[in-house]
Design a protein around this ligand. Structure first.
Ligand code: CTP
Length: 394
């Protein structure tokens, strides 16, 4: 089993004693756990107990909390530290660790149910969720103060099981190379004007971020992104269809290719030098077809690469056209979405996708693009595993 390094944050709630059990389970599973107790937690439990259970002395390392880790888990998480994590405060070693940590984060809130229900706490929870932090619990039941309601920390064995799942997913693409394209190409008419499209690049950026979280070596071909690319991956600017083709061909050996970019199908046949001056005359522009990057990769692949295309379609026969693309471009999977709907697709934070493969279709319910990205990668990883299984049995 892969030995993971886990940062275990413990904050000042009565449930802090249950974190000892969680720590014991994680250590028993063979992981290297670094306990980080807040001063509030130390009012309930002793750091020495945690160090003994983690089989680590207080570290000689001056910044143990800033070591790279595969997972950060905070249990219990008080309303106070939850607010700090949501707003990026860094006044404890745990809060600093959370800012420095780029991997998966699991938190188990525990507090009085009225504190949990408060709009401020709920707004902080939304902020954390949007950033990809996963919550487990809190659960309904009897609370320490004698009230009952939602606020109990999830049970240590449930938290430990979720840690294992997150670690498995986090390592699922380790050693694999993933090429993602994102954004919309702009085809120049002259030195200032272009023909472009409405793709923001959000879907492709979420795919790249998710592949990175799963341990892949990720390259993002970025065409005029309106959103920030994720940290920690290689980003290559490919503003035009020709740039995208050149850079994609240079990386055609990638294990997984996710072609989320909206690549122009046509470009102006002639690009004017400088800026064309206004003349009052008609300006007829002749367009010529671009080469299809996805179809070129589909025709040329030899290594069993997993190739995923995207189809933005509208109208009743959209699905039929997506199926045609699947076969015509020789790809493994098409993520199809209906762009006639204003609430999903272009620029939106959410998406609803139909995954079309030779085996059939699977609907991914409307969800944030980060969640859709995770589902697409689950599917791509399954196809990659199938390929590797075949390669091994040869
Ligand atoms: N694509 C590509 N190169 C192009 C055009 C499209 O690689 N020159 C890829 C897109 O990145 C996407 C898929 O092909 O993954 C489908 O793109 P789309 O524009 O929907 O399909 P087209 O083949 O262009 O067909 P049409 O515009 O007629 O629907």
């Amino acid at each position: 089993m892969h030995v993971a390094r886990i940062l275990l944050g413990v904050t000042g709630g009565i449930a802090a004693y249950k974190a000892c059990e969680l720590l014991r389970l994680l250590v028993r599973a063979g992981h290297d756990v670094i306990p980080l107790l807040t001063p509030g937690a130390e009012r309930f439990v002793r750091a020495a107990t945690f160090h003994a259970l983690a089989r680590r002395g207080p570290s000689d390392e001056p910044y143990p909390h800033l070591q790279r880790a595969d997972l950060l888990v905070v249990a219990p998480l008080t309303a106070n530290t939850l607010a700090k994590l949501a707003h990026g405060l860094a006044d404890t070693a745990l809060a600093e660790a959370a800012l420095a940590h780029a991997g998966p984060t699991l938190v188990a809130p525990a507090m009085n149910s009225r504190m949990w229900d408060h709009a401020a706490t709920q707004a902080n929870v939304s902020l954390l969720r949007e950033r990809g932090v996963e919550l487990i619990g809190p659960e309904a039941g009897e609370l320490a103060e004698g009230e009952s309601g939602v606020g109990r920390m999830a049970e240590p064995d449930a938290i430990a099981r979720r840690c294992e799942e997150l670690l498995r997913v986090g390592a699922s693409l380790q050693g694999s190379s993933v090429l993602v394209t994102a954004g919309g190409t702009r085809e120049p008419l002259d030195s200032v004007r272009f023909l472009g499209n409405r793709s923001s690049g959000r879907m492709g950026v979420e795919l790249a971020a998710e592949a990175h979280r799963r341990g892949a070596d990720v390259t993002l071909l970025a065409a005029n992104l309106e959103v920030e690319p994720p940290a920690g991956i290689a980003v290559i600017e490919t503003p035009t269809a020709a740039d995208m083709m050149r850079e994609a061909l240079a990386r055609a050996g990638a294990d997984i290719v996710l072609m989320a970019a909206a690549v122009a199908d046509y470009r102006p046949a002639a690009r004017g030098a400088g800026k064309r001056a206004k003349s009052g005359e008609r300006w007829d522009v002749e367009l010529e077809p671009t080469d299809d990057v996805l179809a070129t990769l589909g025709a040329g692949r030899t290594n069993g690469q997993v190739l995923v295309g995207f189809a933005a379609e509208h109208g009743e026969d959209g699905l039929a056209r997506a199926r045609e693309k699947l076969a015509g471009k020789r790809v493994d999977l098409i993520a199809y979405n209906d762009i006639s709907r204003g609430d999903i697709g272009f620029g939106a934070r959410e998406n609803e996708v139909l995954l079309v493969s030779p085996d059939g279709e699977r609907r991914l319910d409307k969800a944030p693009k980060r969640v859709i990205a995770a589902e697409i990668l689950d599917e791509a990883a399954r196809l990659l595993e199938r390929r590797d299984g075949r390669a091994h049995s040869r």
